[in-house]
Design a protein around this ligand. Structure first.
Ligand code: DC
Length: 218
């Protein structure tokens, strides 16, 4: 039986950084489900699908073949045979992913891929609905959060470090809007699973959060 750790939480709480550290420490595979939703969103943008039309997104999603492979232990996302890692971290794709991920057909397709990965190997999987929908029987469930202000400031610092011109207030508004959409959608909304452990990373360092989570791993 594989050991499965589910980490859910809002954008910018530090899920991917923490999940990668925990996976590395335990020798498990890290599965970034957001990257799969991003690849699907990129496909919709490339195909010029109107993102307010859930019926068109549902229909078009049948033509997107999304898979992941590991190269030197790092997850790479493929869209119809092409590695799209370098194309999915833009604000445009973030906003599109938040929209296309509300569509049931999109979720069904990606959820089945995620379940398969977790059944085959020990994983640390992060996302929005991992503990509630994808891996309801996960061995450990973490709900990782932080205040909107702290999350916006982290994103702002990240962008500034890359030399990107940005506005803190605009980032904060964008995060609040994305939270709202992710938490109020009908399909698999972002909620804490009943048996998940709540970890607030607002006042903790990355190492402190990782240590806390590792202390829960049996
Ligand atoms: O974690 P992220 O920012 O890469 O996620 C991108 C979008 O995908 C986010 O708006 C919510 C959606 N998502 C989802 O609906 N379910 C998941 N398991 C992971 C991400």
């Amino acid at each position: 039986m594989s050991y499965n750790i589910a980490i859910d939480g809002p954008a910018g709480a530090g899920k991917s950084t923490i999940a990668k550290l925990v996976a590395k420490n335990k020798g498990y595979i890290y599965v970034d489900t957001g990257a799969m939703y991003r690849a699907m969103a990129l496909f919709m943008l490339n195909e010029k699908v109107d993102l307010d039309r859930t019926d068109l997104i549902a229909e078009k999603s049948k033509d997107a073949d999304i898979s992941i492979r590991y190269e030197d232990g790092v997850q790479c996302v493929f869209l119809n045979g092409q590695n799209v890692d370098g194309l999915i971290r833009t604000e445009e794709v973030s906003a599109a992913a938040s929209k296309s991920s509300v569509v049931q057909e999109v979720r069904a397709k990606l959820t089945s891929l995620q379940k398969k990965l977790a059944a085959e190997q020990d994983v640390v999987m992060d996302g929005r609905d991992i503990g509630t929908k994808v891996l309801p029987n996960a061995d450990l469930k973490i709900f990782l959060t932080a205040s909107v202000e702290v999350r916006a400031k982290r994103r702002y610092d990240e962008l500034c470090a890359k030399g990107v011109d940005c506005d803190l207030k605009a980032i904060q508004d964008e995060i609040a809007e994305r939270d709202h959409r992710d938490m109020t959608r009908a399909e698999a909304p972002l909620v804490q699973a009943e048996d998940a452990i709540l970890v607030d990373s607002s006042d903790l360092t990355i190492e402190q959060v990782a240590d806390k989570i590792l202390s829960y791993v049996k």
